[in-house]
Ligand binder design. Structure first.
Ligand code: ATP
Ligand code: MG
Length: 587
């Protein structure tokens, strides 16, 4: 179906006055110092994320407002800002009583249960650095990360400990304490561990936040491992300024919002935007403890009256795959803004939002390394489906070219492909890769942080993702971004997901090969393959269209939902698969 290249916004599309109404004026007037002045801060120029997110509200009018609403298997539990303050004080006291100090590292391995959120924020209060792990990781990736991070404490559940950690405990000499959450609230009694609930009950609910400065470490987040071995990105308390500004401008949070971020805190989106940004803005966050289920998700959007929803392309594609009928069983009158991050958002998905939810999906771009949203479509922006939007206030983004001497310079001409770079110095920029100084140094060239993603900027200042530098296909003198090919395939009604790779070829360098999974009701067959090849050729032209298409029941993805093209390629070529620690369904 041919659709307009731009979705124009009118006043009727905005149910609340947008926080970013005048893009140019807000950018021009913006300063990070002014944002820092909006934060409460601690005496002596100190700053602590837990103070900004929790304490500040717990002593004010938001004290009895729900900070989180946990949707469990059987029940719903609200935790107010006041309660969150007391619980996190208790947890900080638990750490203190165990002799865990500032700068030491605590690892977290659990589902999205209240204890996870209390642990993260309580650790901040104690100056302890948190490293959340995805709960579906197997023993091997857990051990690797705890070893690399020299973890002093692990907070996990009894079940996860017995299944995954007990057998590797002997390999983790730095781990002094393991705190367990019992199943269904029962106390635990596992040798070599402590029962968290018992310690919490004994601890005081008053605590003086350990004085942390803006440059003190807060979080250690491992990247998704889409392109190779995950890197441990180190973040600081001062990052909270970015979370405040992006919560305001990119997510457009308003005090009365009911906000749902579907990302797991095992990934940076789940902490930056599942914990920190919404609390900063005093909104109520929905936390769904269960895994993805299309029916359940539509019900949550409806019943919880979600107004701002932050999700990911992989989830949207799964909803698309499940069919629009399920969506129609519900209605979403409260929903006013939907945003997505993590992977390129195919235009098809943007339009799907408009048709099924009544709102287009707003793509935004960032990385574990950037700590927060950098480029975004915000409520007041016209959307160009397929574009990531424009750099937020305070963010200078450019397409850069590398010179022969290693220096980089911005490319001024519109629509030129090149590496996406950001002017260094925004508050949530990573401060290092753990134990990998050299890799960290390579991220910078002069004043520019190099993202490793290829993109282009159009004449209106919108950025368009082309592909990761590693994934770009060189075919007969053309540079082909997989995203373009995947988006064209997604426009075919049978296609649920597409992943595109370059397959070495003697004649042309690489030929484009696509892997697709199909929507419900479609069968993989030769006729459909021919039809898809023809469809792609018509959309893209013969030079860019795939020469080969294979059907797969589903594509290999990271646990954070990204298509692992490197794995499609390795499998196609019979090469070693490399680090698969983050592969969904893997060990
Ligand atoms: P690794 O660095 O370990 O290979 P990763 O880069 O996937 O993993 P993340 O930091 O979770 O780890 O993901 C950031 C990357 O995700 C970006 O560099 C980009 O390639 C992709 N990405 C995120 N948002 C978008 C978006 N809106 N459009 C296109 N790509 C995106
Ligand atoms: Mg990366």
């Amino acid at each position: 179906m041919d659709r307009p290249a731009i979705i124009r916004k009118t006043a009727a599309d905005l149910r609340l006055p947008p926080n970013l109404a005048d893009y140019a004026a807000t950018r021009a007037a913006f300063s990070w110092d002014a944002v820092r002045a909006e934060l409460a801060g601690l005496p002596g120029g100190r700053l602590n994320i837990a103070h900004e997110t929790v304490e500040r509200h717990a002593v004010g009018p938001l004290r009895d407002k729900a900070a989180f609403r946990f949707l469990g298997a059987h029940d719903t539990r609200d935790i107010t800002y006041g309660e969150l303050s007391r619980l996190t004080n208790r947890f900080a006291n638990v750490l203190k009583s165990l002799g865990v100090g500032k700068g030491e590292r605590l690892f977290l391995l659990s589902g999205r249960i209240p204890e996870l959120y209390v642990t993260v924020l309580g650790s901040f209060k104690n100056g302890t650095v948190v490293s959340p792990l995805f709960s579906a990781f197997g023993p091997e990736p857990i051990a690797t990360r705890i070893k690399l991070g020299e973890g002093a404490v692990l907070v996990t559940t009894e079940l996860l400990y017995e299944r995954k950690v007990a057998k590797i405990r002997g390999e983790l000499p730095t781990l002094r304490h393991v705190l367990l959450v019992g199943e269904e609230g029962r106390a635990t009694n596992v040798p070599g561990t402590l029962d968290l609930a018992t310690l919490m009950a004994q601890a005081s609910d008053e605590f003086d936040i350990v004085p942390t400065g803006p440059e003190d470490l807060s979080l250690l987040h491992f990247t998704s491992g889409t392109t190779g071995t995950p890197k441990g990105a180190m973040h600081v308390h001062g990052a909270v300024a970015t979370h405040w500004a992006t919560g305001k401008y990119a997510l457009d949070l308003h005090a009365e919002d009911i906000y749902w971020c579907t990302a797991d805190p095992g990934w940076v989106t789940g902490t930056s935007y599942g914990i920190i940004a919404p609390l900063l803005h005093g909104v109520t966050s929905i936390v769904d403890e269960a895994d993805f289920d299309a029916e359940r998700w539509y019900r949550i959007l409806d019943e919880q009256k979600v107004s701002v929803w932050y999700t990911a392309p992989t989830a949207i594609r799964m909803l698309m795959k499940a069919g629009a009928e399920i969506a129609k069983k519900h209605s979403y009158p409260a929903l006013r803004f939907v945003a997505s991050v993590g992977e390129p958002l195919n235009p098809e998905a943007v339009w799907w939002g408009k048709e099924v939810l009544g709102l287009p999906i707003h793509d935004n771009w960032w990385q574990t390394e950037t700590g927060g949203i950098m480029i975004a479509n915000t409520p007041a922006f016209d959307i160009k489906p397929g574009s990531m939007g424009r750099p937020l206030p305070g963010i200078e983004a450019a397409i850069v070219k590398k010179e022969s001497d290693g220096k980089v310079s911005p490319v001024d001409t519109a629509d030129t492909e090149g590496e996406l770079a950001l002017k260094r110095g925004w508050p949530s920029m990573l401060r290092g890769y753990l134990h990998n100084e050299e890799r960290y140094r390579k991220c910078f060239a002069g004043e520019w942080y190099l993202t490793g993603d290829l993109a282009k900027r159009d004449a209106d200042g919108y950025f368009w993702f082309v592909g990761r530098a590693d994934d770009v296909i060189k075919s007969a003198g053309h540079l082909i971004g997989p995203f373009e090919v995947e988006s064209a395939l997604m426009e075919h009604p049978a296609v649920a997901e597409a992943g595109v790779i370059g397959k070495p070829d003697e004649m042309v360098g690489e030929v484009v090969k696509a892997f697709v999974s199909l929507k419900k009701g479609f069968e993989a067959c030769e006729a459909l393959r021919m039809e898809l090849l023809g469809h792609a050729r018509k959309k893209l032209g013969a030079a860019v269209a795939p020469k080969e298409i294979d059907f797969l029941p589903s594509l290999p993805r990271t646990r954070s939902g990204k298509i692992m093209r490197r794995l499609l390629k390795a499998r196609e070529l019979g090469l070693p698969e490399g680090d698969t620690s983050t592969l969904e369904g893997g060990a």
